[in-house]
Design a protein around this ligand. Sequence first.
Ligand SMILES: [Zn+2]
Length: 134
Amino acid sequence: MIAFDLFCGNGHKFECWFKDNASFEEQKEAGILTCPICDDHHIEKAFSPFGIKRRGEKAKEGMDPYQALQLIHDYLDKHFEDVGADFYKEAIKIHYGEAEKKNIKGTATTEEEIILKEEGVQFFKIPIIKRQLN
Ligand SMILES: [Zn+2]
């Protein structure tokens, strides 16, 4: 048996068991596959590194929160300029068009956060994690 992660045309994700890959294709061609949430017939297979599971093996439930956070930090490192403690100053400057629009990351005090919120500056907070040393 093979478990496939499937997506419907409306983006619902669900899991289905099939005898083999051919039997999935067969059922898909025949249009018998439907989304359990919205009955959509446009079912696509999602790429899953855990696609093939042995009987009795527990399905992997997503990723742990720490790992997810690590990914966010990696993304921020690549796409955001680190302004450190100047976050507040820089965010205000960008907000009022005094500085070029860019993605910044840094730290802010609670007082600074309150002012940023009052000014309508959009920002989001993420917990700082200890970086894994590779
Ligand atoms: Zn659906």
